[in-house]
Write a protein that binds this ligand. Structure first.
Ligand code: ZN
Length: 463
């Protein structure tokens, strides 16, 4: 099923469109960001979701000072912001906050979910778990400790408590909530050389079943210096299914690199926790590299690099995926029912880009992407109406002549006014704090300037 040497359609051109908003502009005492205390790389598509719309409120989690998890909330009816509130302590945080980006781990960013009773859960603080936490049977030690906190009251971000009920050996924590209220926590169970696993909760995250391995790590046969490893992204499929899209990482030691290749897809039926590939053939878990190449590969990129994107399904349950591949390209794939459609380049960029997508029908898909060109950055829509064969640039939600944006995945159950959270990459030379924006169809949701400033005297220590 893998494409060995695929034709790639490239869409040319950079289309200039009217810009909705230039970042940082103050208007009638309001600003387009909701906080300025994002720290390091405060959000990512890999720790997700980082935001959810629930009963009229959009809740947002991000990495703030000391790499700790912070939460804000926006009340759509009252048009009022709350927070940020510190929700826990990241064991990887340092005091004072480093000003060297290389000194910040960033893997402990929070993932967030609202349970069936309205309690808000965050998982954060892990980069595989420190060796002093005990023996990791599914991987190798890392740093920090995967930590679970819950709001003390439903729909209330003001106070939090730790729930000691998940494995500490986690990183890239990801929540998937099902229609019946079951919540799955997926993550990598350690540092690079570790299985990807999930733990299932049927009681609003009160208790989690033991970890179940999905992707297996192992040394390559005959090459003990190279270990098969993975980067994976999990999300709801159609009905009671969960999709997994992933890329392969040959983890070398000595001579370690960030190399990642190929693209893979499979899905789980939650009824019996069984997995199948896109063609409906049952799979045996956990998946090894050889087994994945044979059964779940979407694309073989050869020597060309590949990085994760996201995966969303249409009403037929067929997956639509993108990966970030080759020379800074967003490449789109979809399952046609019996084969993968040849990849199409949606955009190419001068630097890294990321985002997420909404599948309206098998033929109509919209991507919301951070994108850049010649030092400028923007976040905006790209749309196809012919099943991904051609893409057209659509409205821009925010832009800056001298800054880039990093997005999270789409806000879960998003309100149209609040579809995605992005962080601004442009930083002062003497600190690592940055602004965060909540973007929707009308651009950023604004906030009174005095409410959006949260650095206090922190910058005094960095001058
Ligand atoms: Zn590695």
């Amino acid at each position: 099923m893998a494409s060995e040497a695929f034709p790639i359609r490239v869409l040319q051109g950079w289309v200039a469109l009217p810009l909705v908003a230039f970042s940082g502009v103050c208007l009638a005492g309001t600003v387009d960001y909701f906080t300025d205390n994002g720290y390091g790389n405060p959000i990512s598509t890999m720790q997700h979701p980082c935001a959810e719309h629930y009963q009229g409120m959009t809740y947002i989690a991000y990495q703030g000072p000391h790499e700790d998890p912070y939460v804000c909330a926006y009340d759509h009816a009252a048009k009022k912001w709350r927070g940020p509130v510190k929700a826990g302590v990241n064991p990887m945080g340092k005091t004072p906050d480093p000003t060297d980006p290389d000194a910040v781990d960033n893997h402990g960013r929070p993932a967030m979910i609202v349970d069936g009773k309205g309690y808000i859960h965050l998982v954060f603080g892990g980069h595989g778990g420190h060796y002093k936490l005990g023996r990791n049977l599914l991987g190798t030690p890392g740093k920090g400790k995967q930590t679970h906190v819950v709001s003390k009251n439903p729909k209330d971000i003001s106070s939090w408590e730790v729930l000691d009920n998940i494995s500490p050996f986690g990183t890239y924590s990801q929540f998937v909530k099902m229609d019946d209220g079951d919540i799955y926590l997926f993550y990598r169970h350690g540092s690079h050389r570790s299985d990807w696993v999930y733990q299932k909760a049927t009681d609003n995250c009160g208790t989690f079943a033991p970890p179940v391995s999905v992707l297996k790590h192992k040394a390559q046969a005959g090459k003990p210096d190279i270990h098969d490893a993975w980067y994976a992204w999990f999300e709801n499929g159609k009905g009671d299914t969960i999709t997994a899209s992933y890329v392969y990482h040959p983890c070398k030691s000595p001579g370690h690199t960030k190399e990642r290749y190929n693209g893979y897809y499979m899905k789980m039926s939650c009824a019996n926790e069984s997995w199948e590939n896109a063609g409906g053939h049952a799979l045996t878990l956990p998946v090894t590299k050889e087994y994945a190449d044979e059964n779940t590969r979407v694309c073989n990129t050869g020597k060309e690099r590949s990085n994760h994107g996201t995966c969303r399904v249409d009403d037929d349950g067929h997956p639509h995926l993108f990966f970030r591949q080759g020379p800074m390209q967003i490449r789109y794939y979809r399952w046609l029912g019996s084969a993968w459609q040849d990849p199409v380049v949606v955009t190419r960029d001068s630097r890294s880009q990321d985002g997420d997508m909404i599948v309206e029908s098998p033929k109509v898909v919209r991507m919301l992407l951070s994108h850049g060109h010649s030092g400028a950055g923007e976040v905006g829509w790209w749309k196809t109406t012919d099943g991904g064969l051609t893409w057209k640039k659509g409205p821009c939600l925010i832009s800056s002549p001298n800054s880039r944006y990093t997005p999270g995945s789409l806000v879960r159950d998003a309100h149209p006014d609040a579809r995605i959270v992005v962080s601004e990459n442009d930083r002062a030379p003497n600190h690592l704090y940055g602004k965060l924006f909540l973007l929707g169809d009308s651009g950023p949701i604004r906030r009174p300037q005095e409410e959006a400033k949260h650095l206090g005297d922190r910058l005094k220590h960095t001058e």
